[in-house]
Ligand binder design. Structure first.
Ligand code: AMP
Ligand code: GLY
Length: 425
């Protein structure tokens, strides 16, 4: 069978790679893809991004099903369009994707369905937002309502910073339409974890746990990014906590979406804050896999992803289980010069190794320039490895990272530090 993956990042490279390993798959098209998906066995890039053209391609090529990587096409309704054309596609409809595309929608949904999250207010009016801030005080968190590519959240440590964030979004309109409404929420302290499941609209199949590193610099300093590295499993999610997340978050979300008439089919990502006393609160939902979390998670997945997605599309996720490599997977992002503010493009990448049983360098912001692979985005590569423990995986990932070279390459040296600290406790 032939499959189609929509997107061009590290997550999509990992998804396409994993799907192509299924013995039933002859080819995975990636639209538009990157230099990694252009060159890998069994994968082919497709230079299309418009939904009608993608649907036409899927029909003509008899694509068995399409998997959508990033949030923007989901929020734009690609699933609705494919379904209307009777094409099989895995992802939430535009209505269901509002869990990610509108923070106010997500907060309102959680409140109505009793899902634990920080107390909040939602405002389109700057005066009311400022008044609310005066009553609440700091620290406090200001979030643009709409999709902002990871740049829409300001964690304000004092009230003047909070007022400035409200002005930036609501008064000056510097986040565009995404910031024409804001959610202001209580500041939460604790450890973050990513909890990702497959949903068929009624049942959820949890994927292996993972943890992301959002800040640019070692020791969780510097600006927020899309993610500088991730590993799986996340020791912070103990078996007890895992059961609690399923009970308090995942099952109520899926039941709530079904009850509201917008059943959720696709990957569902809950960004969680685990507080000191072991309580969980949802920070955000994403309607997709995480990036870079997908890379280590998919490297650990032993089951056939095609089979899991087929069950999800048929409403039978209660009839399958996912099998995981017991090793630790760890991914280190190599980012471009100037990331996250102004990533530079066109730097030639050298020293890329061939994939091995326990390692894979997934491409994200890369492109082909003649014979050269060059940088073409902020997060360029994710060096992803399996190892017997976090320390060994770290060592191996950094050995590979050190051999890869491009001008201005930036990466964190401490991916996995929380798991190492947990191991020492
Ligand atoms: P979000 O996109 O909503 O996950 O927010 C991005 C990042 O901001 C999160 O990964 C957290 O590090 C931080 N953050 C979001 N909401 C809160 C909160 N209520 N309290 C503390 N930190 C937060
Ligand atoms: N790594 C976080 C995300 O994909 O949103």
């Amino acid at each position: 069978m032939k499959l189609l993956v929509i997107g061009s990042g590290g997550r999509e490279h990992a998804l396409a790679w994993k799907l192509a390993r299924s013995p039933r798959v002859s080819r995975v098209f990636v639209a538009p893809g990157n230099a990694g998906t252009a060159r890998a066995d069994g994968l082919a890039n497709l230079a299309l991004t418009a939904v009608p053209e993608l649907a036409e391609f899927a029909r003509k090529e008899a694509i068995a099903f399409t998997v959508v990587g990033p949030e923007a096409p989901l929020a734009g309704g690609i699933v609705d369009a494919f379904r209307a054309a009777e094409l099989r596609i895995f992802g939430p409809t535009r209505a269901a994707a509002q869990l990610e595309s509108s923070k106010a929608f997500a907060k309102n949904f959680m409140t109505r369905h009793g899902i634990p999250t920080a107390a909040y207010g939602a405002f389109a009016d700057a005066r009311q937002a400022h008044d609310y801030l005066e009553r609440q005080g700091a620290p406090i968190v200001i979030k643009a309502d709409g999709l902002a590519a990871g740049k829409g959240v300001v964690v304000a440590l004092d009230v003047s910073q909070a007022h400035a964030a409200v002005d930036m979004m609501l008064t000056e309109g510097r986040m565009g339409a995404a910031g024409s409404r804001v959610v202001i929420e209580q500041y939460l302290d604790g450890e973050e974890a990513s909890f990702i499941v497959l949903s068929d609209g009624r049942h959820a199949l949890p994927l292996a746990t993972s943890q992301d590193h959002k800040r640019l610099l070692d020791g969780d300093r510097g600006p927020n990014t899309g993610g500088m590295g991730a590993y799986s499993p996340a020791p912070v999610i103990t078996p007890g906590l895992h059961a609690k997340v399923m009970r308090e978050v995942i099952h109520p979300v899926i039941a709530g979406m079904e009850k509201d008439g917008t059943p959720y089919v696709g990957f569902l990502y809950a960004g969680l804050m685990i507080t000191e006393d072991g309580s969980i609160k949802v920070l955000e939902f994403n309607c997709r896999m995480g990036d870079p979390e997908a890379q280590p998670i998919l490297l650990r997945l032993k089951s056939d992803l095609v089979l899991l997605i087929e069950h999800a599309l048929a409403g039978g996720l209660d009839q399958v289980e996912a099998e995981w490599d017991t090793r630790v997977a760890l991914g280190v992002v190599l980012a471009a010069h100037g990331y996250p503010d102004a990533p530079r493009k066109g730097d030639v990448i050298r020293g890329l190794p061939a994939p091995e049983e326990d390692s894979h360098v997934f491409h994200a912001g890369t492109a082909l320039n003649g014979k050269d692979v060059v940088t073409s985005g902020g997060r360029v590569l994710t060096v992803t490895v399996l190892g017997p423990d976090v320390r060994a995986a770290q060592r191996r990932a950094y050995e590979i990272a050190e051999r890869i070279r491009f001008e201005g390459m930036q990466f964190r040296r401490d991916i996995g530090h929380r798991a190492l600290a947990a191991g020492r406790k």
